[in-house]
Write a protein that binds this ligand. Structure first.
Ligand SMILES: [Zn+2]
Ligand SMILES: [Zn+2]
Length: 276
């Protein structure tokens, strides 16, 4: 089976949606052989993730040089904090991003966000888990928590992509995960992608709620999301969790947006995807 990565943000038709549900139920009855979720080629023996070596090597992973606060890749000679973080007080202690939002990774994120490709999302969660393990990016004793979607958005899409990423991480790492609905999202915010950083923060203020503070109080938490753009979502959720008594809040995202497209060339080797 090969998966076509479609460009653009066009929403999938109801036919595509029903097709994905049908595929999901078929998979339960007839589990398919291990094929790469991107190109459809048979996976090599011992592969820990459902992407082949060639597709993994195409992923623009964040290299060794990045902002120590938000995880945005930087040039090796630059400061420990990026320009964004120098002017912003973050509520999260630090975020780390596995890849750069560009190239094939951007196409794959659009595929799972707008074309109902749940399995690809879980597969990229596995990649996240292995990279995080290799680089020590999930703090010891941390509980993972997905950025929640508003009820209406969840009904429209049928799944929360951050929860699917966590499912992938759980397949490759022993992690604790906070129960669903420990944090809820109050109202659907309008599209914030066109807003500047300050407007984006104002737009999100008060959007999250922790219904039962006891479920997060005293815990170290690691928020999981698909993309880090300005950090406004992560910060607002971290602020809400800290107000409810969380001890510390970290972030881990699949991708991070970069202005400097040259950084896309900075790719780290993909060792550690095989069983030792
Ligand atoms: Zn492949
Ligand atoms: Zn930064």
């Amino acid at each position: 089976m090969s998966i076509t990565i479609r460009r653009g943000k066009k929403r999938a038709s109801i036919g595509e949606y029903l097709g994905s549900l049908w595929q999901a139920s078929l998979d339960l009855v007839f589990p398919s052989p291990m094929l790469c979720l991107v190109c459809g080629k048979k996976l090599a023996r011992g592969m820990l993730v459902q992407l082949c070596q060639a597709c993994l090597e195409q992923l623009p992973l964040v290299g060794e040089s990045f902002c120590q606060l938000c995880g945005r890749p930087s040039r090796p000679s630059s400061n420990v904090h990026c320009l964004d973080c120098t002017g912003t007080k973050h509520f999260f202690l630090r975020n780390r991003a596995v890849g750069i939002y560009g190239g094939p990774l951007k196409e794959q994120i659009q595929e799972f966000k707008y074309h109902y490709n749940r399995r690809l999302c879980i597969g990229l969660g596995e990649v996240m888990g292995l990279v995080a393990r290799q680089r020590g990016w999930i703090p010891k004793d941390a509980h993972l928590v997905a950025v929640p979607l508003h009820k209406e958005r969840l009904e429209e899409r049928g799944y929360n992509q951050a929860e699917l990423l966590i499912q992938g991480i759980e397949r490759v790492l022993p992690v604790s995960v906070l129960k669903r609905d420990c944090v809820i999202r109050r109202a659907a915010t309008g599209a914030s992608s066109k807003l500047g950083p300050r407007e984006r923060r104002a737009n999100l203020r008060g959007v999250f709620r922790v219904p039962r503070a006891g479920e997060v109080a005293g815990k170290v938490l690691c928020i999981i999301d698909d993309i880090y753009t300005t950090g406004a979502t992560l910060d607002e959720m971290a602020r809400t969790l800290l107000m409810a008594g969380a001890e510390a809040v970290y972030g881990l995202t699949l991708a991070i947006a970069v202005d400097d497209q040259d950084l896309l060339g900075q790719v780290q080797g993909s060792c550690g995807y095989y069983q030792s």
